[in-house]
Design a protein around this ligand. Structure first.
Ligand SMILES: Nc1nc2c(ncn2[C@@H]2O[C@H](COP(=O)(O)OP(=O)(O)OP(=O)(O)O)[C@@H](O)[C@H]2O)c(=O)[nH]1
Ligand SMILES: [Mg+2]
Length: 408
């Protein structure tokens, strides 16, 4: 027999819910500035972000987190434009009537306290809101303000980060134990021969391995899993499988001087516990100051304070943490960015615009942003032979510019 053709290294399956319509939730202990940050985000960029109220089950106030009159109960959702210099450049080139950037869907979630996983306060309801998002902005308070009560008495970001991680992990343990029970019940009648029985046994073995991992004090996202295991894990919808970006809320002064006694400690905690995770220091107070200003005024205040807004960096980081990329459609009517997940094939990418584009997919005429930028115009890119016809197997690349052709 001829040797098997090598297809290169196996592609790693992405952890998380499949799909392109992914959401990020703002998570943290109570009173750390989550809602203030959410409001700034949804108000920023001249009000282009649209704030939608969720029809979510309205829950009553939590007695444990009632530390201020604005305590979040039901989650709110906003679509935040994600800054991208390529999009701006394309708009300059096409001067379209309508411009639609990429958006990150962001959800403000109520504060979690120690004991949330066992249902303290409205812990279970709030954790179910975390289950409904795909990624986490973890808001960490490092600002001092005697006026703003901390739910645990004093400011201690390491305790807060640990509280959140522990609650998410404990909930995952409970969830995984339930899954094992269900699988065991279903597997009593299993034999040793059929493929389906074998798959069920493998699934149970994976879930048991996940439970062991969690019981060892580790989170799912930091495990080394095979693609088969990831398929099983994705079915479990575990909280600690979600990517986290740590947002450290500093006072304006500390943010401007880039110094705060907690920052090195938080960095060390991340390095030790969740190496590779991103930490972004910023200041909600400073962002609140900038939010209502126009571009010129913003510039002035940023100069005076000696710091720049971190909002763009934060939305970009959140978008990337969800493995999202974008492609563009361009023309005189509209320049628009379409969000897809890394690894999306052409027909599914076209389907983000309209399901017919996917169902009746013929091909895509695709050029790269870099080629367009280099050549200066679509005609020049065409003349250089760099507009390519791509079929169903084509995997989209971040920054592709596409024209879809679909059958009638
Ligand atoms: N000094 C200072 N106060 C802040 C800052 N961010 C938020 N606050 C104040 O802290 C209090 C709580 O802010 P929220 O944004 O409602 O906090 P939260 O994290 O959403 O709280 P929960 O929804 O209860 O979990 C409010 O009184 C804010 O004005 C900040 O950066 N500096
Ligand atoms: Mg809130």
């Amino acid at each position: 027999m001829p040797p098997k053709k090598s297809a290169g290294p196996e592609k790693k399956t992405l952890l998380g819910r499949p799909g392109n319509n992914l959401k990020i939730g703002i998570v943290g202990v109570p009173n750390v500035g989550k809602s203030s940050f959410f409001n700034v985000l949804s108000r920023d960029r001249s009000g282009k972000g649209s704030k939608l109220s969720l029809r979510h089950h309205k829950v009553s106030y939590s007695p444990v987190s009632r530390t201020n009159s604005n305590t979040t109960d039901s989650p709110e959702e906003a679509r935040i434009p994600v800054p991208d210099p390529r999009f701006d450049w394309l708009c300059d080139l096409y001067k379209p009537a309508s411009r639609v950037p990429a958006f990150l869907t962001c959800i403000d979630i109520a504060g979690l306290t120690a004991g949330a996983s066992t249902g303290a306060g409205l812990g279970n309801a709030f954790l179910s809101h975390v289950r409904a998002v795909d990624g986490i902005f973890q808001m960490v308070r490092a600002f001092d303000d005697a006026e703003v009560i901390h739910v645990d008495g004093d400011v201690d970001p390491i305790r807060d980060i640990t509280t959140i991680q522990t609650e998410l992990r404990l909930k995952d343990i409970e969830w995984t134990e339930k899954a094992i029970d269900t699988l065991k019940k279903g597997s009593r009648a299993l034999g040793n021969t059929s493929l389906a029985d074998k798959a069920k046994k493998e699934e149970l073995a994976t879930v048991e391995k996940v439970l062991q991992h969690l019981n060892d004090g580790k989170i799912v996202r930091k495990g080394d899993w095979s693609n088969k295991e990831i398929d099983v894990i994705n079915g479990l919808m575990l909280l600690t499988a979600r990517p986290i970006t740590y947002l450290v809320n500093l006072s304006e002064k500390d943010y401007a001087r880039k110094k705060n006694k907690w920052l090195p400690k938080i960095k060390a905690w991340i390095d030790e516990n969740n190496p590779g995770d991103l930490l972004i220091p910023f200041s909600v107070a400073f962002e609140e100051k900038l939010a209502p200003l126009n571009a010129e005024e913003k510039e002035e205040v940023q100069k005076a304070v000696g710091a720049t807004s971190a909002l763009g960096k934060i939305t970009q980081a959140g978008y990337a943490s969800l493995d999202l990329i974008r492609y563009f459609t361009c023309g005189p009517d509209e320049v628009r960015a379409w969000t897809i997940r890394k690894g999306t094939k052409a027909p599914q990418a076209a389907g983000v615009i309209h399901s017919d584009f996917e169902n009746k997919f013929v091909c895509g005429e695709i050029m790269s942003y870099d080629d367009l930028k280099e050549q200066g115009s679509e005609t020049a890119v065409k003349a250089a032979g760099k507009v390519r016809q791509q079929g169903k197997p084509y995997e989209m690349v971040d920054g592709d510019i596409a024209y879809w052709k679909s059958g009638a």
